[in-house]
Design a binder for this molecule. Structure first.
Ligand SMILES: [Zn+2]
Length: 426
């Protein structure tokens, strides 16, 4: 999810006074059968709606000769062909423009951002699920929060301190000074950014003893990163998984036994380890049996916290990191400033695919596939953004026709071939 720290406080205030679609505080304790029945009722509604209103789905159903009444529960989902990201990328056949309430972007790891939409109800569910998940950490809107994501300056808005997402020493120092002064109880942000901030704190022997929970988002979290974060901030890490394109989301509770999957928002299936997700609310751009590229495992144990929402473990795409002389650059930050988000007029629309390859001696090769209507102005804008983000590296831009996928068809967004340097930073 694109994090706009300035808006979080207002958004949260708005959703908690809004009429709730489901009482999520209660539903997390429903029996599994009650949760499944709830899902099946929503599923039938969304299937009927998609068949009637969304051409892309009607075509998919016709292809395999099924009708909405062939799908009565999640057990029938296998009859529907799987949906891929490539199918829905810039494809109006999967959108109902009349219902668009919010435009969203995927970030992180694929080198190409997906633009997608949700309607008002889906947006309310998205925020309500997040808020419930954050409450597991002890958070609520009256608490002070620090966020480190893609901002390029420090600011304070209501109870939220936005830190600078740039990771050079001088910005890290400024961030720490701001944290010490503001004394937030909660810290949220990109995995890579919190990790680097944590390393800096340990190196400089700075004492932080007021944080109650750390919530790293948007990238894979590795054990070595978690250890550093917990040691540096003297607080437990609470894992969060959220894939808003498809609605799959899960949060770790205070017992830390796995992530509680928000069954009220989406159905998650596991097929050969791959996650397949069906959003139960989104009518502006329905996601039905969407393969989002992440891996999921259903855990057998029940959580001792008493919540019935099942536990899962999720692993996103493997990401290498780019390491500049001043330290690593988080994958999400690179995505945000190097390509990724932006409106239709931004330079980013001129780039179809990008790939960063790091070689020895801080050499960074940037492979670019241009869009059909790419302009020189867009290329110049892109180059400038990369040079600023990857400051002090030797950068070479290569314009190529296509970037080959791996054996399983995925393109790697970041490849780091300087293994010695990688080891040093882990
Ligand atoms: Zn629990």
């Amino acid at each position: 999810m694109k994090i706009k720290p300035k808006n979080i406080y207002l958004k949260l205030k708005e959703i908690i006074i809004k009429k709730k679609l489901v009482d999520l505080e209660k539903s997390q304790y429903w029996t599994i059968n009650e949760l499944k029945n709830f899902q099946n009722e929503r599923l039938k509604k969304i299937i009927n709606y998609a068949y009637k209103n969304i051409k892309g789905y009607r075509d998919k159903f016709n292809q395999v000769k099924i009708k909405p009444n062939d799908i009565n529960s999640s057990n029938d989902l296998y009859k529907i062909p799987i949906l891929t990201r490539e199918e829905i990328q810039e494809n109006p056949a999967f959108i109902n423009p009349k219902l668009i309430h919010t435009t969203l972007y995927t970030g992180g790891s694929t080198g190409k951002s997906l633009i997608y939409y949700d309607d008002q109800q889906a947006g309310i569910m998205r925020w309500n699920c997040h808020y419930r998940g954050w409450k597991y950490q002890g958070y609520n809107v009256s608490k002070k929060l620090a966020v480190i994501s893609a901002a390029k300056k420090i600011s304070i808005n209501h109870k939220i301190l936005t830190l600078n997402g740039q990771l050079e020493d001088k910005y890290l120092r400024q961030n720490i000074e701001a944290i010490v002064k503001f004394r937030p109880e909660f810290l949220r942000g990109y995995v890579g950014s919190i990790y680097i901030l944590g390393k800096y704190i340990l190196e400089k022997n700075i004492k932080i003893d007021f944080i109650k929970a750390i919530d790293p988002v948007s990238e894979n979290l590795y054990e070595y990163q978690k250890k550093i974060m917990q040691k540096a901030f003297n607080a437990p890490v609470f894992e969060e998984y959220c894939c808003n394109d498809g609605g799959a989301c899960a949060w770790e509770c205070e017992k830390h036994q796995g992530l509680h999957w928000a069954m009220e928002r989406a159905i998650i299936e596991e097929k050969n380890g791959e996650m397949i997700t069906t959003d139960l609310w989104n009518k502006a751009m329905p996601f039905i049996r969407y393969k989002n590229g992440d891996k999921v495992k259903f855990l057998k144990n029940k959580c001792c916290c008493g919540r019935t929402l099942p536990l899962i473990k999720v692993k996103g795409r493997d990401n290498d990191i780019i390491i500049a002389p001043k330290g690593p650059i988080g994958a999400t930050f690179l995505m945000y400033h190097g390509i990724g988000y932006g409106d239709k007029n931004s330079f980013r629309t001129g780039i179809r695919i990008v790939q960063y390859v790091q070689e020895k001696n801080y050499q960074l090769n940037v492979n670019i596939v241009k869009s059909a209507n790419c302009t020189q102005k867009q290329i110049d804008g892109f180059k400038k953004a990369v040079k600023t983000t990857c400051h002090q590296m030797k950068i070479k831009f290569n314009f190529i026709k296509d970037i080959k996928g791996t054996k399983i068809g995925k393109r790697q967004f970041i490849i780091n071939n300087d293994h010695k340097l990688l080891e040093k930073w882990k």
